[in-house]
Design a protein around this ligand. Structure first.
Ligand code: AMP
Length: 542
């Protein structure tokens, strides 16, 4: 017997229709690339994205076409997404922090037909456009007055282009399983791989993200997505904020402490999200200026492990709740969030921060398990660690063009490449990337645990641990450290600090000091480069 309920396809443009109808006057505030603060509303978002859809159609772009965006978080970028999706196109976010050759490779692989670009990135586009065979048009997110001189052909200023439309357009009727967005993984090894989101997965993900124990946001929140739209959908906030009708504040190109603080303060932001690096800059600015955060309630921190010291600072010094989160581009991206379940609600002090250091529990819509190398499921005891595998309606079922098929099994479990343990209350903690974990004498050593411990030393700015080949143990840990400016801790001081806090056999065999640790385009430590740099390093124990 079938249910007698309506078929109401989950389409992304329904989010913008809803936002315009129920929250039409709610603002989208942008620090524009040109400089001044610009304000639009959800009502205007709908009108302008309808124009984008109308013009893309008029210009000959079709359902299923990939349309690139190389842009910061702004109201215009948001309009382009909804316009692209609403005419049946596929927005394809490009990460400007990649090398231009990588961006060109990705655009060619996806066969991008058209590109929306911010002024900041015009030099990149000018350099790579001739190499992108499929590219027919470039639309620059600015007005005629700010349009730069350019040798590009078929290029237009966004506002001039938009002026040519009346917005008399109906969203294209689509199947909810059709593609609406694309994002390539950063690819620290091998070629980048394309993740293809569907309307259905994006809508479901936006609803999952809003849940009270996930991001827990409402129309009364003011949301500042610092995490870029080009990094895994701004963790879904580009869809979640309009879905719930929350005011949005878009930071544009400026992510330094002073600029972020100014937006938090003047726009009375209550909720924000980004990687730890951004919050380091903000916390430093707050310490230097003595400023406080009276409006901010909650900050979601993820993308890489949130240091315990950061959580403590936000919560103790500024009264801001930290929710540690883990996810992946392949998961749209949310996987787990560290909101507090009743089992832990009585905890205070260090015991509470022990829980907050974990990456959190999965919301409805994300299934997870840990397995050993033979795919045998491991217990949720908070100690045993294994390969973390996930599945759900907003988890990739494969990569564009069939790459990386070995990461998906016949039961749809996606091997995340992360190594983790899960406690009896369902809180997951990442202990490593599978390819970074150190195998010493047949046992695993978590490099993340060692790094977290080392950055707890007051003179350490950043730490990375890599495995070095060892004749007896197979691999042993080497600790690489960037010292804080003006500080000179010695190797012995660092090791002494770590002693007794971890198993003896986990202790790094050596410590080296460097000026800088290499990072990927998404801000993660680039261990492949580090391993290259220290290949053949002679450990004192070897
Ligand atoms: P990306 O697809 O670029 O977002 O990268 C996803 C990867 O980032 C994950 O597989 C993890 O290795 C890492 N990651 C994301 N969030 C966290 C976190 N909170 N703690 C540790 N690693 C994280």
């Amino acid at each position: 017997m079938l249910g007698l309920m309506q078929q109401w396809p989950l389409l992304c443009h329904k989010i913008v229709d809803h936002a315009a109808r129920q929250h039409g006057h709610r603002e989208i505030v942008t620090r524009s690339i040109e400089g001044p603060i610009m304000r639009t509303t959800y009502g205007e978002l709908r009108e302008r994205s309808l124009k984008v859809a109308q013009l893309l159609t008029r210009d000959g772009f079709k359902r299923g076409d990939r349309i690139g965006t190389l842009a910061w978080n702004t109201g215009r970028h948001l309009e382009s997404w909804y316009g692209i999706m609403g005419m049946g196109g596929v927005y394809h976010t490009l990460n400007p922090r990649l090398f231009p050759e990588q961006i060109a490779w990705i655009m060619n692989h996806a066969e991008d037909q058209c590109l929306f670009v911010d002024l900041t990135f015009m030099p990149i586009v000018e350099a790579i456009a001739p190499a992108i065979q499929s590219l027919k048009k470039v639309i620059v997110f600015t007005d005629g007055a700010h349009m730069p001189e350019t040798g590009l052909s078929n290029v237009v200023a966004y506002e001039d282009w938009l002026a040519g439309a009346d917005g008399d357009f109906s969203w294209v009727e689509l199947d909810e399983n059709e593609a609406c967005g694309m994002c390539y993984t950063s690819g620290t090894t091998g070629d980048p791989k394309g993740v293809v989101y569907s309307h259905r997965s994006n809508v479901l993900h936006a609803m999952i993200a809003a849940l009270p124990d996930a991001m827990g946001v409402s129309s009364r929140d003011v949301i500042l997505p610092v995490v870029p739209m080009f990094h895994a959908n701004a963790w879904g906030l580009a869809q979640t904020a309009p879905l719930i009708g929350a005011k949005m504040v878009m930071p544009g190109a400026k992510m330094d402490g002073a600029s972020i603080y100014e937006l938090l303060d003047t726009e009375k932001v209550s909720f924000t999200a980004a990687v730890p690096t951004v919050w380091l800059m903000l916390l430093q600015y707050l310490e230097e200026t003595g400023k406080k955060l009276p409006y901010l309630n909650k900050v979601v921190i993820g993308g890489s492990a949130c240091p315990r010291a950061m959580t403590e600072k936000f919560e103790k010094n500024y009264g801001v709740e930290v929710v540690h989160a883990w996810g992946m581009t392949e998961m749209s991206p949310l996987g787990t969030l560290g909101s507090i379940k009743p089992e832990y609600v009585e905890l205070t002090g260090d015991r509470l921060f022990d829980i907050k250091e974990k990456q959190g529990h999965s919301p409805f819509g994300v299934e997870m398990k840990i397995t050993d190398d033979e795919n045998i499921e491991l217990p949720w005891d908070g100690k045993t660690f294994g390969r973390l595998k996930v599945r759900g309606p907003a988890v990739a079922s494969g990569y564009y063009g069939g790459a990386g098929a070995d990461q998906f099994d016949s039961e749809d479990w996606f091997d995340t490449g992360d190594v983790a343990h899960i406690d009896p209350n369902g809180y997951m903690q990442i202990t490593d990337r599978a390819k970074d974990v150190i195998k010493s004498g047949g046992e695993w050593i978590s490099t993340i645990d060692l790094e977290n411990l080392a950055v707890g030393h007051p003179d350490v700015a950043e730490a990375a641990v890599i495995g070095i080949a060892h004749p007896k143990w197979d691999e042993r840990p080497l600790l690489v450290i960037v010292r804080k400016q003006g500080k000179e801790p010695s190797r012995e001081e660092i090791l002494q600090f770590m002693e007794g806090k971890i198993a003896k056999w986990w202790m790094p065999d050596d410590v080296v000091f460097v000026e800088e640790i290499p990072h990927t385009a998404t801000g993660k430590i680039q261990k492949t480069t580090l391993r290259e740099q220290f290949r053949g390093y002679a450990l004192p124990s070897a």
